[in-house]
Design a protein around this ligand. Structure first.
Ligand SMILES: Nc1ncnc2c1ncn2[C@@H]1O[C@H](COP(=O)(O)OP(=O)(O)OP(=O)(O)O)[C@@H](O)[C@H]1O
Ligand SMILES: [Mg+2]
Length: 231
């Protein structure tokens, strides 16, 4: 469904992405792994049109290059950025409502689904989003994105800064989301979750993919892990 071919991206004169190739098929959880600064977030932003993509980004066969971020979201790609983007002065419930598509179509996710998936959000439904903990804000951002009924969600480091108990929970949410037929492109630095829930993994070195394979392939490849993952 998502095909990225020879993708380049620049910040001014810095050539950050230097020919990234990757693919996410329907129903897959795919992880994009790599050390800090190799260009994982820039890859997400280039797919979403937040950074100018140079190269091919195909979504169900159609090019996304040149489209605005809102058009790309509307085409069915949800994006949960690194910096949790909640509206702090709105309530949890209002934040979720904002995620709902204006289009008349009924999405696959209801409020009750959100609260079943993230019970904490039900308790905090009337609270201002700004008072939630980091983990709760992360859940709210994911919930809001799902309310837009994406076919694919791109999630950038959802476990960053979370307590270990919440890290496991995020893994279970992602599993559940995929079970409902939503594909996931998960950006991570930590191997644990990615290896547990992914169907396939990509490892990024500086600006390009240096490994792709199954979690088992990566687990068996100590050299790739040593060079590109373990700190
Ligand atoms: N807005 C920006 N302007 C200039 N350079 C940037 C900008 N954003 C990122 N970079 C640089 O681009 C490179 C790739 O950054 P990116 O955010 O994609 O990395 P990453 O793999 O997501 O790592 P991390 O999330 O750990 O920072 C880094 O060298 C970073 O310093
Ligand atoms: Mg990043």
């Amino acid at each position: 469904m998502l095909t990225v071919r020879d993708l380049h991206a620049y910040y001014g004169k810095s050539h950050i992405l230097q020919g990234v190739n990757l693919e996410v098929r329907a129903g897959e959880i795919v992880s994009l792994l790599g050390r800090n600064g190799v260009g994982r977030s820039t890859t997400c932003k280039a797919i979403m049109g937040l950074v100018e993509p140079v190269g091919e980004v195909l979504w169900n066969g159609k090019s996304l290059v040149g489209l605005r971020p809102d058009q790309i979201a509307h085409a069915g790609i949800g994006y949960v950025p690194e910096d949790r983007q909640i509206f702090p002065t709105l309530t949890v419930g209002q934040n979720l409502e904002l995620g709902q598509k204006r289009a008349g179509r009924v999405g696959r996710w209801s409020f009750d689904d959100m609260f079943a998936l993230f019970p904490l959000l039900r308790e905090r439904r009337g609270n201002l989003a700004g008072v939630l903990s980091g983990g709760e804000q992360q859940m709210l951002t994911m919930g809001r994105t799902l309310m837009g009924d994406p076919e694919l969600v791109i999630i950038d480091e959802p476990t960053e800064g979370l307590a270990p108990i919440l890290v496991g929970q995020v893994g279970r949410f992602l599993d559940e989301i995929a079970r409902r037929g939503v594909s996931i492109l998960l950006v991570e630095q930590k191997l644990t979750i990615a290896l547990k829930i992914s169907h396939r993994v990509y490892v990024m070195g500086h600006g390009r993919i240096v490994f792709d394979g199954t979690p088992a392939d990566l687990a068996a490849n100590a050299a790739v892990r040593r060079e590109n993952l373990e700190v």
